[in-house]
Design a protein around this ligand. Structure first.
Ligand code: GAR
Length: 187
């Protein structure tokens, strides 16, 4: 099997990146993590790129031409698939156009509920019964592309934001790889 050369975009801790790297080391997993892009110089997740000798770059989105740097590197590393794993920046229309249905994102809620930020506090305020995560294609509208896979759990009485995040991320570590397998099984 020829693995898809994949770039993972991160902004922070990188636990989903770490998880995807670990899956991708299996020969039967459809993608190989060939590049990591971070919009934060100090993103903790970059240690996983370093540890596993995966090329990584920092993109300073303050600069007007930052997108050229992204395109240049996606081309350089022959990237054909993109995973957003805690990337807290809107992806440009141009990038979406060039990678139609080739960019996926993981989001910590059961979309279409709770798009955007602060998902857990909003869920608690709303007295939601269920929480979970969604893997979806990225389109021009925030957290609105078609859904590939969701996993959910029941919110318990004593759950607070921290606990919801912990439970959600545990599900994310299964949902993201499963969604990737599902995508490439179809093709
Ligand atoms: C993940 O829980 C992901 O769902 C969320 O950021 C976290 C990143 O954690 N993404 C979003 O909120 C996107 N809107 P990680 O850096 O440890 O993988």
């Amino acid at each position: 099997m020829v693995k898809k050369k994949t770039c993972v975009f991160i902004s922070g801790y990188g636990s989903n990146l770490k998880n995807l790297i670990s899956y991708s080391r299996d020969n039967s997993f459809p993608i190989n993590i060939s590049l990591v892009i971070s919009n934060k110089k100090e993103a903790h997740g970059l240690i996983y790129a370093k540890k596993y000798k995966i090329p990584y770059i920092f993109i300073d989105t303050k600069f007007k031409n930052y997108e050229n740097k992204i395109f240049f590197n996606l081309k350089k590393y022959k990237i054909s698939f993109i995973c957003l794993a805690g990337y807290m920046k809107i992806i440009s229309k141009n990038l979406i156009k060039n990678y139609q249905r080739k960019i996926i994102n993981i989001h910590p809620s059961l979309l279409p509920k709770f798009k955007g930020l602060d998902t857990f506090s909003r869920m608690l305020n709303n007295r939601e019964k269920k929480a979970g995560c969604t893997v979806h294609y990225v389109n021009e509208k925030l957290d609105s592309g078609s859904i590939i896979l969701q996993k959910n759990f029941e919110i318990e009485k004593n759950d607070n934001e921290k606990i919801l995040k912990y439970k959600t991320q545990k599900l994310e570590y299964r949902a993201f790889p499963e969604a990737i397998v599902k995508i490439f099984r179809k093709n």
